[in-house]
Design a protein around this ligand. Structure first.
Ligand code: ATP
Length: 260
């Protein structure tokens, strides 16, 4: 596959009031990469993604997506993006069919195509029987599958996923991992943000660790293993974020719980 840079972030900074959240992020992402975007709570992962998506304005530095500065691209670049937010507002009173065909049509699909694609994808994901049921009746995993499908209906070139497997059962996680690999093989770029380290370790072609609003590590899992003394991504994460107090904090926590 031809190496083609799809996302370029240069010296990205962002503050809320006097709090600096992003302190100069530089990133080059190529077509077909599956980026595992990880970091401690509050490190700035969602903030980065929201800036790229145009949900958060007011930032320093430059972001180029599909070769164009997003400050100059207008809204059309968003048609090539898919997004699964960690917490999503969906229209609960609609059925899966109504919601997905609505989203599909917003992205320019005809009703026929949106219906065909959404129904077939729901069936493939094992939730076909809920297609005409109201979303308010969906279980957590069914809802998550709906969100995943709605992010992909328009065949985006880059997909941002924030904790996408929340609520998915083990079989569905396997299907989803395969979907990501197949999308990447078709030249789609995946930006995968999660705290589930063993999944990130397995699916990512490259891992980026954000710490204190800066890129603290960037490489394949094997490269990260070489650069650090620890074996699993979870242990590398502990090491790079300088955290080794889990036992002490756990003990203190339970001591306080038992106080009378
Ligand atoms: N709208 C906002 N107003 C003020 N501060 C904000 C706002 N959004 C985010 N922040 C702050 O920015 C920092 C980074 O938040 P962000 O949601 O990007 O972190 P994250 O890495 O995605 O964390 P998590 O792993 O917990 O999802 C946090 O300290 C958060 O409190």
């Amino acid at each position: 596959m031809e190496q083609q840079e799809i996302l370029t972030i240069t010296n990205l900074t962002k503050s809320y009031g006097n709090k600096n959240v992003l302190n100069g992020i530089d990133l080059h992402v190529s077509r077909g990469e599956i980026i595992g975007y990880i970091g401690p709570n509050g490190a700035g992962k969602s903030t980065t993604v929201k800036i790229i998506l145009g949900i958060e304005g007011e930032y320093g530095g430059e972001i180029k997506l599909f070769g164009e500065d997003i400050r100059q691209s207008g809204a059309t670049y968003k048609q090539r993006i898919g997004y699964v937010p960690e917490i999503a507002d969906v229209y609960d009173n609609l059925t899966g069919y109504e919601y997905l065909t609505f989203i599909g049509q917003l992205y320019g699909l005809t009703l026929d195509l949106a219906t065909h694609k959404s129904q077939t994808l729901m069936e493939l994901f094992g939730v076909g029987e809920a297609y005409h049921a109201r979303i308010s009746s969906y279980s957590k995993g069914m809802r998550q599958k709906l969100l995943i499908i709605s992010s992909l209906l328009h065949n985006p070139d880059i997909v941002f996923l924030d904790e996408p497997i929340n609520g998915l059962d083990a079989n569905s996680v396997m299907v989803f991992k395969e979907i990501l690999l197949q999308l990447a093989a078709q030249g789609k770029t995946i930006f995968y943000s999660s705290h589930i380290m063993d999944v990130v370790e397995k699916i990512s072609s490259r891992i980026i660790l954000l710490h204190d609003g800066k890129v603290a590590a960037d490489g394949t899992f094997e490269q990260l293993q070489k650069d650090n003394t620890e074996g699993t991504l979870e242990r590398i994460f502990n090491q790079l974020t300088g955290f080794d107090r889990h036992q002490e904090i756990g003990e203190q926590f339970v001591t306080i719980v038992q106080e009378v």
